[in-house]
Design a protein around this ligand. Structure first.
Ligand code: ZN
Length: 258
């Protein structure tokens, strides 16, 4: 059972050590900007560390967008982050499912996802798995409701897309956490990573507001059950810095371990 946390990118190995974490996730650039990652001085240490590394792509990426001034840079940025993440020996690059504008046809979003993978194939291929993450909000999201997720997977499954299940996003997005691993796997066939977060927002609130385990609206047993059922590594993206995340990791290790 590999458990870790989303941490600041300045010194992720020190952050992992401070939390007793076996895995870390971090951004390579400002998540709100279209910046390509630069080579890191600590790449060799990260690769040799034995810590499982996950890279979270910028939030601003939306390869599903019908707007080509968003979609085209998003595709390129995704590829740049995939290459930089692979340089660090990362196990996956997490990217949000994205959305189309209000009133737009979701089908266009799924087709754009397919084109993003085709673009990557034509650009030398993805050097590591891209893990598409379910999202909490929006009525025109590609990976909020699982009926949409199923249509997304029809478009991208054949490209070897991976899946990251965020428990906060599922709950706030209106998907029941009871039996959720089986429902996801019936669609995607795989869960590569769990984002183990509690939710400040209520069920189906659409609010993406993470909380420490046991402090929000989710029954922690359902988060534990999702980790156990999936057998996937878990990353907490919870508040409270070292103290808050160390407590969340310890709770998961105690209850989801073995
Ligand atoms: Zn997440």
């Amino acid at each position: 059972m590999r458990i870790g946390a989303h941490v600041d990118s300045a010194d992720p190995l020190a952050e992992a050590a401070a939390r007793g974490a076996e895995a870390v996730q971090f951004f390579l650039t400002d998540p709100q900007k279209y910046n390509s990652p630069k080579p890191r001085a600590d790449a060799e240490q990260i690769r040799a560390s034995g810590i499982d590394v996950y890279v979270h792509a910028p939030y601003i990426i939306n390869v599903a967008s019908p707007n080509n001034r968003i979609r085209i840079p998003s595709r390129k940025l995704l590829m740049a982050h995939a290459r930089a993440a692979a340089e660090l020996g990362a196990k996956g690059l997490i990217v949000h499912g994205g959305h189309v504008g209000s009133g737009a046809d979701l089908e266009a979003g799924f087709a754009n996802w397919r084109k993003a993978f085709e673009y990557a194939e034509n650009d030398g291929g993805l050097p590591l798995p891209v893990l598409i993450e379910n999202t909490a909000g929006g009525d025109n999201a590609c990976a909020r409701r699982f009926d949409a997720l199923a249509r997304l997977w029809d478009a991208v499954g054949s490209f070897g897309a991976g899946f990251c299940l965020d428990t906060c996003h599922a709950f706030a997005g209106g998907e029941d956490l009871v039996g959720i691993v089986d429902r996801v796997k019936a669609i995607t066939g795989r869960i590569d990573l769990i984002h183990a977060n509690d939710s400040k927002g209520g069920f189906d609130s659409g609010q993406d507001r993470h909380d420490n385990l046991g402090s929000g609206k989710i029954d922690t047993e359902l988060v534990v059950a999702a980790i156990r059922a999936s057998g996937a590594p878990a990353i907490v993206e919870t508040p409270g810095g070292i103290d808050g995340q160390t407590a969340d990791i310890a709770l998961l290790r105690e209850r989801a371990g073995n």
